[in-house]
Design a protein around this ligand. Structure first.
Ligand SMILES: Nc1ncnc2c1ncn2[C@@H]1O[C@H](COP(=O)(O)OP(=O)(O)OP(=O)(O)O)[C@@H](O)[C@H]1O
Ligand SMILES: O=C(O)C1=C[C@@H](O)[C@@H](O)[C@H](O)C1
Ligand SMILES: [Mg+2]
Length: 174
């Protein structure tokens, strides 16, 4: 099965995705990493050199290539589902899972990881929570189109991984 993990920056797509892929014995792919390899630049450099428009275009191309994978866990870019018809593309190609997390929790996690994330890097500590609140509110209509929605606030990573594994099992039985 091809599984796309979606959600805001910091919700744990890469961390949990890697663990889950190991558990299920399938490949783990990270869209941001694939994009960096393809462009030979970091996400931050791609934003600086081509703007967000260029970044979203490359992101879309990476996603198009990924849809031909048969079995993998994909940690998507935090904004990927919210541009073009990307969410529809993922829903057609496989299982989509939204890691839903409150802006307060996300801000706490992202305070120290701003440098690598171009949309956050110029935000002060005070601005961060407001920006995340507004941005999540705009994006949720896309994230909520995921086939499986997991409320991740106060939930341990291993439980989230277990929940997804169980969901896949029940789908196989149907
Ligand atoms: N269970 C956890 N508890 C606290 N912090 C965590 C937990 N899991 C991950 N983090 C931290 O949250 C940050 C984001 O985690 P991760 O990179 O997995 O998120 P992501 O959804 O892939 O984000 P992005 O879309 O920016 O790639 C990291 O700095 C990581 O150390
Ligand atoms: O939420 C976003 O728009 C982003 C999330 C990251 O995964 C990267 O794809 C990039 O920093 C943009
Ligand atoms: Mg990630």
């Amino acid at each position: 099965m091809l599984i796309f993990l979606v959600g805001y920056m910091g919700c744990g797509k890469s961390t949990i995705g890697r663990t889950l892929a190991k558990q299920l014995g399938v490949r783990f792919l990270d869209m941001d990493t694939l994009l960096e390899q393809r462009c030979g630049k970091s996400v931050a450099e791609i934003f600086t050199e081509t703007g967000e428009t260029g970044f979203r275009q490359s992101e879309r191309e990476v996603l198009a290539e990924l849809t031909s994978e048969r079995e993998a866990i994909v940690a998507t870019g935090g904004g990927a589902p919210c541009f073009f018809d990307n969410m529809e593309t993922m829903n057609r190609a496989g299982l989509t899972v939204y890691f839903k997390m409150s802006p307060e929790k996300l801000a706490g996690r992202l305070e120290h990881g701003k440098a690598k994330r171009p949309l956050l890097r110029d935000k002060s500590e005070e601005e961060l929570i407001g920006f995340i609140r507004e941005n999540v509110a705009k994006r949720e209509k896309y994230y909520m189109q995921a086939k499986l929605i997991i409320d991740c606030d106060g939930v341990r990573d291993d439980y989230i991984a277990h929940h997804i594994a169980e969901y896949i099992e029940t789908k196989k039985e149907q």
